[in-house]
Design a protein around this ligand. Structure first.
Ligand SMILES: Nc1nc2c(c(=O)[nH]1)N[C@H]1C(S)=C(S)[C@@H](COP(=O)(O)O)O[C@H]1N2
Ligand SMILES: [Mo]
Length: 332
C-alpha cells in the first residue's frame, strides 16, 4: 500500500495500490512498469503474498459454523466462490497494517474471547450481548455475496450469519432513530496498526436505519462454514453487499442508534473520496480512478480481463428502491 503525506500532515493511504495482479492488463503496460524500476519490490511483495496464501489455514481448522442456505432474495449468487486461501490472505484490516498481506500475518494477536457487543443509543431496550448470546439470537444462514472493494478488486464469499434486522427488532429503535453507527475494536495492545494515524481510530461505519434493516444486511460470524478467521473480522462483522467493502466494519464492539448521520472513518480521512452512502456505482468515478470495472481475486492473472462492475454490486433489484429520488452523484 502506498502511503502519501497530505498537506494536513496526516498520512492517508492511497487506495489505488499498484500490484501486478491488479494493475497490468497487457504486456506493454507491464513492460513500462518494469522499466520504471518499481517492479522489483512490488513483484517481491506479490510473491510473498502468494506464499502466505499457501500457509493460511484451510477450512476445517477453525470451529465449524454451519448455516442453512438463505431464502432471502438475492442472498445467494451462483458465481464461483473465491478460494478460501485468497479470501483469508488478501484483506483490508488497517488495525493490523495497510498491506493486503498484513492482516493474515498479524491478526493472530486479536483476542476474540471474551467479546461483548454493546447495543445502545436511541433504542427502547439497550443491551450488552456476550458474543455467544449474539450468535444464538437467530438461526445462522449461509449467504454467498460479492464483496467489492473501492480499490477495484472483488471476491465471492460464503458468509454465515443472520440479518442485522433480527437484532434491531430485539432492541426496538425509538421513533427518532434514523441511523446506525458501527464501532469496531481499537486495542493498542493487540492491534499494531493503531500506532499509525492512517485513520481516526476506532474504525467506525454507519448506515441509514432502512439500509440497516434491509434483509441483505448481514451480521456475519463465519465464512466457508467456519467461524471467521481473525483477519476477516472475527468474531463478528457486518457485510453490506451492495456497498463498497469499507462499509462492512470488522470486529464490531458497539452498535449505536442515532438521529444524526454518524461520521465514518473513511469519510473523516478523505470526505471528497468516501461519502456516507458508498453504494457500488460504476457510473460515478472515484476522484482518482474509474469505478466501472473490477478484478475478481483468484481469476486475475497478470493479463486477465477486468469485469464490468454492476450497479449496487448486482443487488439493484433488491435495494434500488432505498435510493429512489436521490442524486447518487451527490450522495456517493
Ligand atoms: N475494522 C475494520 N473493518 C474493515 C476494514 C478495516 O480496515 N478495519 N476494512 C474494510 C475494507 S476497505 C474492506 S474491502 C473489507 C474487507 O473485508 P475482507 O478482508 O473480509 O475481504 O473490510 C472492511 N472492514
Ligand atoms: Mo475496501
Amino acid at each position: 500500500m502506498l502511503i502519501k503525506t497530505n498537506d494536513d500532515g496526516f498520512i492517508h493511504p492511497v487506495p489505488g495500490e499498484i500490484t501486478p495482479r491488479a494493475a497490468y492488463q497487457n504486456r506493454r503496460e507491464l513492460l513500462r512498469f518494469m522499466a520504471s524500476g518499481a517492479a522489483g519490490g512490488t513483484l517481491a511483495a506479490w510473491a510473498g503474498r502468494q506464499a502466505l496464501a499457501q500457509q493460511v489455514q484451510r477450512p476445517g481448522k477453525l470451529a465449524p459454523l454451519p448455516g442453512t442456505r438463505s431464502a432471502v432474495a438475492g442472498a445467494v449468487t451462483m458465481e464461483k466462490v473465491t478460494d478460501y486461501k485468497d479470501a483469508a490472505s488478501y484483506n483490508n484490516f488497517y488495525e493490523f497494517g495497510t498491506d493486503k498481506a498484513d492482516p493474515a500475518r498479524n491478526a493472530h494477536t486479536l483476542k476474540t474471547t471474551p467479546w461483548t457487543v454493546e447495543v445502545d443509543g436511541l433504542v427502547k431496550k439497550p443491551a450488552k450481548y456476550a458474543i455467544e448470546d449474539l450468535l444464538k439470537l437467530s438461526a445462522q444462514e449461509e449467504r454467498i455475496y460479492r464483496l467489492r472493494c473501492v480499490e477495484g478488486w472483488s471476491m465471492v464469499i460464503p458468509w454465515v450469519g443472520y440479518s442485522l434486522a433480527r437484532l434491531i427488532e430485539k432492541v426496538e429503535p425509538l421513533g427518532n432513530a434514523k441511523y446506525v453507527e458501527f464501532i469496531t475494536q481499537a486495542d493498542r495492545a493487540t492491534m499494531p496498526g493503531l500506532r499509525a494515524s492512517v485513520l481516526d481510530w476506532p474504525y467506525a461505519e454507519g448506515l441509514r436505519l432502512d439500509e440497516a434493516m434491509h434483509p441483505l444486511t448481514l451480521l456475519a460470524f463465519g465464512m466457508y462454514g467456519e467461524v471467521l478467521p481473525n483477519q476477516n473480522g472475527a468474531p463478528v462483522r457486518l457485510v453490506v453487499p451492495w456497498k463498497y467493502g469499507f462499509k462492512s466494519g470488522k470486529s464490531i464492539v458497539r452498535i449505536r442508534f442515532t438521529e444524526q448521520e454518524p461520521r465514518t472513518a473513511w469519510n473523516k480521512a478523505a470526505a471528497n473520496e468516501y461519502g456516507f452512502y458508498s453504494n457500488v456505482n460504476p457510473n460515478v468515478d472515484h476522484p482518482r480512478w474509474s469505478q466501472a470495472t473490477e478484478r475478481r481475486i483468484g481469476e486475475d492473472g497478470l493479463f486477465a480481463k477486468k469485469r464490468k462492475t454492476l450497479m449496487f454490486n448486482g443487488y439493484e433489484a433488491q435495494v434500488g428502491q432505498l435510493y429512489a429520488g436521490m442524486d447518487l452523484k451527490k450522495n456517493y
